[in-house]
Design a protein around this ligand. Structure first.
Ligand SMILES: Nc1ncnc2[nH]cnc12
Ligand SMILES: [Zn+2]
Length: 346
């Protein structure tokens, strides 16, 4: 592709209004901010400089990443830290054409270090509300439980968070399940998902990233989630995949994450194009962009290049992200209209 048309193509892709639905705010901690916060909070990092942090980001699997990700989050202490983290992400996502973001956060990572839950909520909420007012960008929060911990720990976290629900009612709309997937099946969290459903929360869960298709089945049937985070291993079970397509269960796929964590060894082998072409409601997301070397637009571009996605398919991916969001119907339709206009389809 000639340089100017390459530019034109990227600008076109950037201008498509899109939603980001699979994003861990702790995974947006860039090494520069990690160092700034470590200085601010008097925390010593086991790295000499920013480059040494980046050099450490050579992961072999999910757990090798999670070990660094939880250690990195240790520099987040004050309300201002959580604000700075989220504000930086929202600015960056806005520049990629993200008009709506559904952001996961891991409270147990912070409360285990003695950080008050309200410190986390307050800092994130200030950034999200500011992005709404200054960037015109909507966003919301999904409180994610850590699946390597017990269901009782998740219940204790929920109980501690519920008194804050009213204060953050405009933002905290749902719950998720993340961390080490293998050996921690969805069924371990059946009771807390039932409770959260009763409470009116939207439900999502990671499944079928490293774990088998049975975990996707468990997330759908036992946890009754509305979306599957990742879900790429669903294709190993044809009946499951047919159901996902028939019911249009959204899959929040994260191609660069899958590459960095060895879920796929080459993006050209990623099944997202096959899933999309088979009729699955695939969306593209960045997961933990500071660790995986790319924000949402990078994920679109890398996937398009590796898998020869057409412009129509890229528009479908952006449309899927809006359709799969938890936005109220009127807001979703308004953004879809903006997308059709940007794509020249109005
Ligand atoms: N990709 C991922 N899978 C599971 N847990 C996570 N926490 C942050 N990123 C994650
Ligand atoms: Zn994730």
């Amino acid at each position: 592709m000639a340089a100017s048309s390459e530019h034109e193509w990227r600008d076109w892709l950037r201008a498509l209004p899109k939603a980001e639905l699979h994003l861990h705010i702790e995974g947006t901690l860039e090494p520069e901010l990690m160092f700034e916060l470590s200085r601010r909070n008097g925390i010593t990092l086991p790295y000499a400089d920013v480059q040494a942090v980046r050099d450490a980001y050579r992961f072999t699997d999910l757990q090798s990443f999670l070990d660094l990700y939880y250690a990195g989050a240790g520099v987040l202490v004050t309300e201002q830290d959580f604000y700075d983290l989220a504000a930086a992400y929202l600015r960056r996502a806005h520049a990629d054409g993200v008009v709506h973001a559904e952001i996961m956060f891991d409270p147990q990572t912070h409360t285990a270090r003695g950080i008050a839950l309200d410190t986390v909520f307050a800092g994130l909420a200030r950034a999200l509300r500011e992005a709404r007012d200054t960037l015109g960008m909507s966003s919301c929060l999904l409180l994610s439980f850590l699946r390597h911990l017990s269901e009782d720990d998740a219940f204790a976290t929920l109980e501690a968070a519920l008194p804050l629900r009213e204060t953050y009612a405009d933002l905290w709309i749902g719950i998720g399940l993340d961390s080490s997937e293998r050996g921690n099946p969805p069924e371990k969290f059946a009771r807390i998902y039932a409770r959260c459903a009763q409470l009116g929360f939207r439900l999502v869960a990671h499944a079928g990233e490293e774990g088998p298709p049975e975990y996707v089945r468990g997330a759908l049937d036992t946890l009754k989630v509305a979306r599957i985070d990742h879900g790429v291993r669903s294709s190993e079970d044809p009946a499951l995949l047919q159901e996902i397509i028939r019911r249009q269960v959204p899959l929040t796929v994260c191609p660069l994450s899958n590459l960095k964590l060895g879920v796929v060894h080459d993006l050209r082998e990623h099944n997202l194009a096959r899933l999309l072409r088979a009729g699955a409601l695939v969306t593209l997301n960045s997961d933990d962009p500071a660790y995986f070397g790319g924000y949402v637009l990078d994920n679109y571009i890398a996937s398009a290049e590796a898998l020869d996605l057409s412009r129509d398919e890229l528009v479908t991916l952006a449309a899927n992200s809006l359709k799969a969001s938890f936005l109220p119907p009127a807001g979703r339709h308004a953004l879809l209209d903006r997308l059709w206009a940007a794509a020249g389809r109005d």
